[in-house]
Design a protein. Structure first.
Length: 165
């Protein structure tokens, strides 16, 4: 039995969804009235894992929704960002990502965390593609002046999905 949960709130023609738990073979995504909903905003902050069958279930659910409505994904955890980069169609064409988490760490003080990157603030469009405007030290709660905090992902791979937005 999946621990996946969702909450839905309809506001006019906008459906706001909040997803929590694991996306797997037992996930039951909410129905979306594709005749009346024009915008779908999905908060993915509570997603803690996704497996291969969960990827298939996500694709089967998101494709018809993406054809009928505009989709905005918010507070995307690392597990979802990795799928954006690896699975064709996981991030539907024309979908928007408004914010996503990026892990970071400090080897000196053994500090690990993640920072919410917001489009337009931490990521902007430059003439040669996306520009990352992020100061990892400022985002951490480490008080050590010698802290060596840095991103805990390969920038070239992790931010690859931004080129499609």
């Amino acid at each position: 039995m999946s621990d996946f949960k969702h909450t839905a709130k309809l506001n006019g023609d906008t459906l706001n969804l909040v997803f929590e738990g694991a996306i797997d073979e037992d996930t039951d995504f909410p129905p979306v009235d594709l005749n009346s909903v024009k915008k779908v905003v999905i908060d993915l902050n509570g997603i803690r894992a996704i497996n291969s069958v969960g990827i298939r279930e996500w694709l089967a659910w998101i494709r018809p929704v993406a054809q009928a409505a505009t989709i905005t994904l918010e507070r995307c955890p690392k597990s979802m960002v990795l799928q954006f980069n690896m699975v064709d169609g996981f991030l539907p064409p024309k979908a928007k990502v408004s914010s996503f988490y990026v892990p970071y760490f400090c080897e000196k003080c053994d500090f690990e965390g993640s920072h919410l990157f917001t489009m337009g603030k931490d990521v902007t469009n430059g003439p040669n593609g996306p520009v990352i405007n992020f100061n990892a030290k400022a985002a951490s709660s480490c008080s050590d002046a010698a802290c060596g905090i840095e991103l805990d992902v390969s920038e070239a791979k992790y931010f690859q999905f931004l080129k499609r937005l």
